[in-house]
Design a binder for this molecule. Structure first.
Ligand code: FEO
Length: 404
């Protein structure tokens, strides 16, 4: 059975939801599922913008067939070739053998690499600034390399102000019938998944996102709809999301606040982290988020690192090194290019306590534009009363830094 939503005159959402997939890209948990968005334009020509993951292909085909009402599919525009959107291209080509494909040179290369048989189809290669008319609607193509793969582009329909945004402005989370941002409470129900999606999938490519935002700024007054490849379609309050993207892609925190991430084997480092959190709250800091790195998937830690201005790392020493999951968190911060944060360190070790120096060295040498507070809490196995002054000094240093 088809399941479509009308976006605007002649344009329909024809995507699908996936609530069965446990791990997006086989790495990031998606307990709320994910949507694969595709869009069909019924102009003088019929145009499908992107496809869906292979798991959702059947739904896409039913949706497209329903809306075509027996008409041929004339064009397939591929903004992004990653298989969560491109996997169904081959099926579209088989069902509509006369369809013409419009995409970038690199996307055609990727189609070849993935084994899609495009040779018998007319392939129209487009680049930045090219325009194309489907009858009443004229679109212009805007290069968006590394948002999030090198072949990516976005397409702007100058007739109705629809921006087909590829991976930009997307979110984890399956749609529950509600398609538009003003049909949901985005700030309550979606922003955490939108941030986790952006920071973990596109976070590394902030400068490229900044470039795209710069291009979007030039047509901002013309954009009426933002149609991403995942999550809700935006038709109001776009400044809200653009502001989030601006912060994330400049690696500037959204909020002043403290992320406390602790690695604890027997609860002693956890207790110290908890004591620090209580001191901070007593001193008036209420924007605190506390996580056990051992049972929190690193994608959530990364998302919170992008949200908050200050990060406390509390880690035991393990095999004379940083506790492995904490080390993994640091490695992910590096991989995703996190910058401009202030760190505080709690270290623990029953003998040869090394984790503090090693975390500091990693932050200083492997991460960019970070500050590590001088105050540090060092534990020998557990937090004792004689460390109260050190604990207070660390809390005071964090508060002072937050108030700067
Ligand atoms: Fe949703 Fe980069 O693909």
């Amino acid at each position: 059975m088809y399941c479509v939503r009308k976006v605007t005159e002649e344009l329909y959402w024809v995507g699908a939801n996936d609530r069965r997939l446990a791990l997006f890209e086989n790495i990031h948990p998606i307990p709320r599922g994910v949507s694969y968005n595709a869009y069909l334009l019924r102009d003088e020509k019929t145009v499908l913008f992107d496809t869906v993951d292979w798991s959702a292909c059947r739904q896409l085909i039913e949706n497209v067939e329903h809306l075509l009402e027996g008409r041929p599919l004339d064009y397939l525009v591929i903004n992004h070739m990653e298989p969560d959107h491109g996997a169904s291209i081959e099926e579209i080509l088989l069902r509509w053998p006369d369809v013409k494909i419009i995409s970038t040179e690199k996307a055609f290369l990727f189609m070849h690499q993935f084994g899609f048989h495009t040779d018998s189809h007319e392939c129209i290669t487009v680049k930045e600034g090219d325009t194309f008319s489907f009858g009443g609607h004229t679109v212009t193509f805007i290069a968006a390399p590394m948002v999030h793969w090198p072949e990516a582009m976005v397409t702007f329909d100058t007739t109705n102000g629809v921006l087909f945004a590829a991976d930009a402005f997307g979110s984890f989370g399956a749609l529950d019938g509600r398609l538009f941002n003003d049909e949901v409470n985005f700030d309550r129900d979606w922003i955490d998944d939108a941030r986790r999606y952006y920071t973990n999938i596109v976070g590394k490519y902030g400068p490229h996102v900044q470039k795209l935002l710069g291009k979007a700024a030039g047509i901002l007054d013309q954009i009426r709809f933002i149609c991403p490849l995942h999550g809700p379609v935006w038709r109001s309050d776009m400044g809200y999301l653009i502001d989030k993207y601006d912060h994330w892609s400049r690696y500037e925190p959204e909020e002043k606040g403290v992320l406390i991430a602790y690695a604890s084997m027997y609860g002693n480092t956890e207790a110290a982290a908890g004591a620090l959190a209580a001191r901070l709250a007593e001193k008036g800091v209420t924007n605190i988020a506390m996580y056990d790195v051992s049972n929190t998937h690193v994608s959530y830690l990364i998302s919170e690192s992008f949200r908050l201005s200050h990060i406390v790392l509390a880690s035991v020493t393990y095999n004379l090194g940083i506790y492995p999951v904490m080390h993994n968190f640091l490695m992910d911060m590096k991989a995703l290019n996190l910058q401009n944060r202030t760190f505080a360190i709690i270290e623990n070790g029953s003998w040869a306590c090394k984790s503090g120096d090693l975390m500091q060295k990693f932050i200083d040498e492997q991460l960019k534009n970070m500050t590590v507070l001088n105050e540090r809490l060092s534990l020998a196995s557990s937090l004792k009363a004689d460390k109260a002054a050190e604990l207070d000094a660390l809390a005071d240093a964090i508060v002072e830094s937050l108030n700067k």
